[in-house]
Design a protein around this ligand. Structure first.
Ligand code: SF4
Ligand code: SF4
Length: 209
């Protein structure tokens, strides 16, 4: 391997003073400010609309439109009967380079569907948003098209999305009531998810912190 040595350029006398550099920075900022101000005034009176001017997006109240291929927070897609399309094939978990997907598959009562996910977690604190899980899925069961960008949380645990948050992207922890219309078992027994194919009842099923 060839190593190319690049010598650090010496600062000139004026650069060492810093003040000219500060003035240069102010000049650049002011140029942008007055250019945009001037262009916005011209746009206001209907002139020079072909010349773009910078605008400030008032995030998070205002969101910039996202491109259709933009990879945002994950979601699990649903069948018509609101059950997850996922068949628990584990391809996404296998292909994930960050190893941040955890799936526990269970036997599906429908003989035409082999399995379904009893548990499906994605640790967004570890995910690198490569999109491989979406590419690998043979069932179009996982997508990254929610448009949700604000995934910050106060704890590492809260960065882990469970199946509730993945099936309904509006949900965030702590989840107190499970209203998902798919037969599943939310209860944890001895720290293990015991999945059975049950009708969802109306009682609160899960509480996680
Ligand atoms: S986007 Fe990449 S890193 Fe994130 S869960 Fe999918 S495969 Fe793993
Ligand atoms: S989301 Fe897709 S790839 Fe992942 S386990 Fe389910 S069916 Fe398989």
């Amino acid at each position: 391997m060839t190593v190319k040595v690049v010598s650090r350029p010496e600062l000139t006398f004026w650069e060492k003073l810093y003040i000219p550099q500060i003035l240069l920075g102010l000049k650049i900022t002011s140029t942008h400010f007055f250019r945009n101000l001037f262009l916005h005034m011209l746009h206001f009176v209907g002139r020079f609309k072909h010349l773009p001017a910078s605008v400030t997006v008032q995030y998070p109240e205002e969101l910039r439109p996202l491109m259709s291929r933009f990879r945002s927070r994950h979601r699990l897609t649903l069948r018509e009967d609101k059950t997850p399309r996922c068949v628990g094939c584990m391809l996404c978990e296998t292909v994930c380079p960050a190893k941040c997907i955890t799936i526990v598959p269970g036997e599906h009562p429908d003989p035409h569907v082999e399995k379904y996910p009893i548990r499906f977690d994605i640790d967004l604190g570890v995910c690198v948003y490569c999109g491989y899980c979406v590419e690998a899925c043979p069932e179009d069961a996982i997508r990254m098209d929610t448009g949700i960008l604000d995934i910050a949380a106060y704890s590492r645990e809260a960065m882990k999305l469970d199946i509730h948050e993945l099936m309904d992207p509006k949900l965030r922890k702590p989840i107190k009531n499970c209203s998902l219309k798919f037969p599943h078992q939310c209860n944890l027994t001895d720290g293990e998810v015991k999945g059975t194919w049950e009708e969802v009842n109306e009682t609160p099923l899960v509480e996680k912190t």
